[in-house]
Design a protein around this ligand. Structure first.
Ligand code: SF4
Length: 367
């Protein structure tokens, strides 16, 4: 059998220690995982599990759930048990919920050093409980809730302040011989965030969870996250990611996966190579690209599909792709693996591409 060469990457992954979040490995040679967070009330167990199932179907590897009250803490054991992917409990202010989450079978707990005042005194017990239950921890530092002592010292949530908070917290866990944790130092400004992670990466071999916090609505948040994650992952920094959008969490997962695919850090599935259209276009490229994307969204094998508006770059791109169409004169030349297999009227382009994609997928699955 022919051995396929691995696609090129921009830099080798930074060597980090590997931890486990339930069944998912984070750090070391583990693939960069994608996380999201549920938006349902955690106490609404049915709705939360339903959303987790949707996230799983979208390709999410790890899910976080909020735990702001005792009732939420009580819901955690059922959610952790029934969830299709590992569950991280997100805890602020209340150290006792950390223990509830650990005992309740959550794969991991996220603690925010800035929001748990007496946290430092309880690290020993938390470390012991986490060890006993095989739970990992995320030390989640966030610009919006930085430890007041550091805010006073630095005057703002600078990269130095974020890193100092994280390193201090890490040292507390390490003093108690607990090493199963990853770290995040999130900021809403991608430049500050990138600097913070670069500094943090110099300080230890902890696996890093990347995130631009409060990145904004889908369009802005997608770009901020792509720019920041791209800058870091292109230097090998980052072991797990969460895109934060003011949009449904499934969208976060889609964006996260697309970022990793764009960097060749995750195998590409469906890739649409479509032209931006211009004055030469002889079909409605936007509509065609959208219809092809929609029609092929359930294809499970890697497939590059070219959707081109005219004969300038059309035949070239269509020939390079697994499947393609070069349009002209109200017709589409359909390419499969570099060969023209037919020329169809415009109205037949989408159904023909979908039928051919299915045929290719069946063949690939059978191989
Ligand atoms: Fe314009 Fe044709 Fe290029 Fe599309 S392929 S951008 S229509 S020249």
């Amino acid at each position: 059998p022919s051995v396929k060469e691995a696609p090129p990457v921009l830099a080798p992954r930074r060597k980090t220690r590997k931890i486990k979040v339930g069944s998912v490995e984070v750090g070391g040679d583990a693939h960069v995982s994608v996380q999201s967070m549920t938006t349902t009330k955690t106490t609404d167990i049915g709705a939360t599990l339903q959303q987790i199932a949707e996230l799983t179907a979208a390709g999410c590897d790890i899910v976080r759930v909020a735990c702001p009250s005792a009732d939420d803490a009580e819901a955690l054991p059922i959610i952790a048990k029934k969830s299709t992917i590992p569950v991280i409990a997100d805890i602020h202010f209340q150290p006792r919920y950390v223990f509830a989450a650990i005992k309740g079978g959550c794969a991991a707990v996220r603690v925010n050093p800035g929001n748990i005042r007496k946290f430092d005194d309880q690290v020993k017990e938390i470390a012991q409980a986490a060890k006993d239950h095989g739970t990992s921890i995320r030390i989640g530092v966030n610009a919006g809730s930085l430890d007041p002592r550091l805010l006073k010292k630095y005057g703002a949530a600078t990269p130095e302040a974020l890193v100092e908070s994280a390193v201090w917290e890490a040292s507390l866990f390490e003093e108690h011989d607990f090493h199963d944790f990853k770290i995040s130092v999130k900021h809403h400004d991608p430049v500050v965030m990138v600097k913070a992670y670069e500094m943090l990466a110099e300080r230890g071999d902890w696996p890093l969870h990347l995130g631009v916090t409060e990145a904004g609505p889908a369009f802005q948040g997608t770009i901020k996250s792509a720019v920041a994650f791209g800058a870091l992952l292109s230097k090998g920094i980052g072991d797990t990611i969460r895109v934060s959008l003011s949009a449904p969490p499934v969208e976060e997962v889609k964006v996260g996966i697309q970022i990793l695919q764009s960097l060749n850090l995750r195998p590409k599935k469906l890739e649409i190579v479509s032209c931006p259209s211009c004055g030469r276009a002889q079909v409605d490229v936007y509509k065609l690209a959208e219809e092809v994307t929609e029609g092929l969204k359930d294809v499970t094998v890697p497939l590059r599909v070219a959707v081109m508006g005219c004969v300038v770059n059309g035949p070239g791109e269509a020939r390079e792709a697994d499947l393609g169409v070069a349009s002209g004169n109200g017709k589409g030349q359909i390419f499969v693996k570099g060969e023209v297999i037919s020329t169809v009227p415009e109205s037949e382009i989408v159904p023909t591409l979908i039928a051919e994609a299915q045929r290719i997928a069946e063949r690939m699955e059978a191989e």
